[in-house]
Ligand binder design. Structure first.
Ligand code: T4K
Length: 390
């Protein structure tokens, strides 16, 4: 609940006024479905004494997710990062893999963790997604694949990336951590490339506490990943493949099943807040709110602002002013993976090829969204930013 009215700069917390919100507003506050139904499922799990290892909740969850996305297989995992690692290994990626630097660091780490070099390609500043021409420029004889990321839930240039992959004989997969419930050319994301990886982390608009999945239409790939996530076991005492522990636990699947029932209302809340942000920020010069294609399905989870250099205060000052008001805005994914360790030591000159990434990284602000945020809250956040623009 907002605490004050903002009529002038003197009403801002950076100028000594009390904060607009008594409690912090987070980016990625979890959306939680029917608590009673969830607790009932937890009781069921405890009664069953079946807590993990492909239990009935996980099996039901996989069927429901696959159906929801219209794909043949959903292989549920303990989190999105392990799902990426397993997909990368199951596809046999090696040497170098082209990825955007403009993504959460897990995309790059999932490769590096397996001694594969992430090669960062630049993005299209209009979409924040991989620029196909930049991808072409980064191909070498060591390149084995491309991981496209549907950043903010807006689809990567899937057809162009597939054409490049086909031309050069590369594997193509997608990090769809942001894109659950989104579409590309009217088709639900989840069916593209060799496979797509989802994250159901607490901060995602649909969560299973921690969780992730690889979705694919490839029977063989799905079978391999099922083995890999459970130490390579095929029945008792019979290990037929190298593997790890990537299993989703029952209580996470239960959370997912309950939250899945509420998914439409979460998207509705996100969409409505997004509209409220558009109105609240309308007409502020040198400030843009990232647009979603209304012809596609979106989850509207990410409210992304871009601040031009001629905005009266710098991006970091806006963030500081918002934090003073208890609005914990973020600058995802600054500075880009290439600016983080170990990549900035390994590739100290990477920024030369990543001019759009660097520019975008210096401009973005991500604002809170979700079912815990009200239109009133959005209006107050809009007023704070408007005062900063004067
Ligand atoms: N690929 C992409 C493109 C991704 O964005 C991600 C994850 C992955 C792969 C990997 O998927 P996972 O392995 O995570 O399933 C957060 C999340 O931890 C991460 O899942 C997510 N992307 C990333 C975009 O955001 P941090 O380091 O920013 O998290 P943190 O702890 O700062 O939390 C964010 C905000 O949410 C804070 O203000 C606190 C609030 N919060 C957080 C949690 C966990 C809550 O209010 N309640 C909570 O339970 O990475």
């Amino acid at each position: 609940m907002p605490q004050k009215t903002i009529r002038s700069k003197a009403d801002l917390a950076i100028n000594g006024a009390p904060p607009a919100f008594a409690e912090p507003l987070h980016v990625g506050r979890p959306n939680i479905g029917d608590r009673a139904k969830f607790l009932q499922k937890v009781d069921q799990i405890l009664d069953n004494r079946w807590l993990t290892n492909n239990g009935p909740m996980v099996q039901e969850f996989e069927v429901r997710i696959a159906k929801h996305l219209g794909v043949k297989h959903c292989v549920a995992m303990c989190n999105g990062t392990v799902a990426l690692e397993i997909a990368i290994r199951a596809l046999g990626l090696e040497g170098e893999v082209i990825v955007p630097s403009w993504t959460f660091v897990a995309t790059a780490h999932a490769l590096y963790w397996q001694s594969i070099t992430p090669v960062f390609a630049d993005i299209d500043p209009a979409t924040h997604n991989l620029d196909p021409d930049a991808v072409r420029r980064m191909i070498t004889p060591r390149t084995s694949g491309i991981i496209g990321v549907h950043i903010w839930g807006r689809a990567a240039p899937i057809d162009e990336l597939q054409a490049i992959a086909d031309e050069y004989g590369l594997k193509l997969m997608f990090d769809a951590a942001h894109a659950f419930g989104c579409s590309y050319a009217g088709q639900t994301i989840g069916r593209f490339g060799a496979c797509e990886v989802l994250s159901f982390h607490a901060t995602k608009f649909f969560n299973t506490f921690e969780g992730g999945a690889v979705v694919t239409n490839d029977d063989k790939l799905a079978e391999t990943m099922r083995l890999m996530r459970n130490f390579g076991f095929s029945g008792y005492d019979n290990v037929i493949h190298p593997g790890t522990n990537g299993k989703m636990i029952e209580v996470c699947a239960a959370m997912g099943l309950v939250n899945l029932e509420h998914i439409d209302s979460v998207i509705e809340a996100n969409h409505s807040n997004y509209g409220a942000y558009q109105e609240a920020l309308d007409g502020i010069p040198s400030l843009d709110i990232l647009k979603y294609d209304e012809l596609e399905r979106n989850n509207f989870q990410y409210i992304v602002l871009e601040v031009d250099s001629d905005f009266p205060v710098r991006r970091d000052e806006i963030i500081a002013a918002l934090h003073a008001e208890n609005v914990l805005a973020r600058k995802y994914f600054w500075p880009g993976c290439h600016g983080m360790q170990p990549y900035n030591s390994l590739f100290p000159d990477a920024a030369l090829m990543l001019t759009n990434t660097t520019q975008i990284a210096d401009r973005v602000i991500v604002l809170p969204n979700g079912t815990t945020l009200s239109t009133k809250d959005v209006n107050v956040i809009g007023k704070i930013i408007r005062q900063l623009s004067l």
